[in-house]
Design a protein around this ligand. Structure first.
Ligand SMILES: CC(C)(COP(=O)(O)OP(=O)(O)OC[C@H]1O[C@@H](n2cnc3c(N)ncnc32)[C@H](O)[C@@H]1OP(=O)(O)O)[C@@H](O)C(=O)NCCC(=O)NCCS
Length: 158
């Protein structure tokens, strides 16, 4: 892996680390009664981020969350803080993709949580696991699922 590899963390240089891609601003609606970031909001953001990552790695927009390992919130965030979420694929199975997730607070520079194992399963039209055929991470957009171009456009749209 070269230093130009976009999957390498720019901060640590550790190729085993995650790549931070998405930033969120903690808004009033994301707070718990303690005035800190509500865990449910954060988990929703991670699940969405991981689903998009799985779709882009497996070339199929039918992917479902199968498993998440222990989640330990080690610090939090307050209203107005910015957080960033990072993911990295750690194993390609026959029908599954396993990844690691990390979230950190950009203001306090503290880790908020790490999830060592997040598993998504590639499914077919019948909702059953389907082989995806990939074994390695792509750093390009070559697996973006085909568009829904066959869907009829609403009347009046060009
Ligand atoms: C995902 C689902 C289709 C898998 O069905 P299944 O019968 O468990 O499938 P399999 O046993 O064939 O396993 C499929 C893959 O998941 C992996 N897997 C299954 N259980 C797992 C677990 N507990 N932890 C990690 N991986 C697991 C298997 O190893 C397999 O991976 P591989 O093909 O790469 O080796 C089914 O469990 C399901 O529909 N779950 C609900 C998904 C969902 O709605 N998610 C949203 C959460 S609300």
């Amino acid at each position: 892996m070269t230093s130009a590899d976009p999957a390498m963390s720019a901060d640590t240089g550790d190729p085993d680390d995650v790549t931070f891609r998405t930033r969120k601003w903690v808004r009033p609606e994301d707070l718990n009664p303690n005035g800190t970031l509500f865990g449910g909001s954060l988990l929703r953001w991670i699940d969405e981020e991981a689903a998009i990552y799985a779709i882009l790695q497996l070339g199929n927009d039918r992917v479902v969350t199968k498993y998440m390992s222990e989640i330990n919130f080690v610090s939090s965030a307050r209203q107005g803080d910015m957080i960033e979420m990072g993911l990295r694929a750690t194993a390609f199975g026959r029908t599954s993709l396993t990844m690691r997730a990390r979230v950190r607070n950009m203001i306090t520079h503290r880790n908020i949580l790490t999830i060592d194992k997040l598993v998504f399963v590639n499914v077919g039209d019948d909702g059953r696991p389907a082989p995806h055929g990939y074994t390695e991470i792509t750093y390009r957009r070559d697996r973006v699922p085909p568009g829904r171009g066959d869907v009829a456009q609403p009347a009046g749209r060009p």
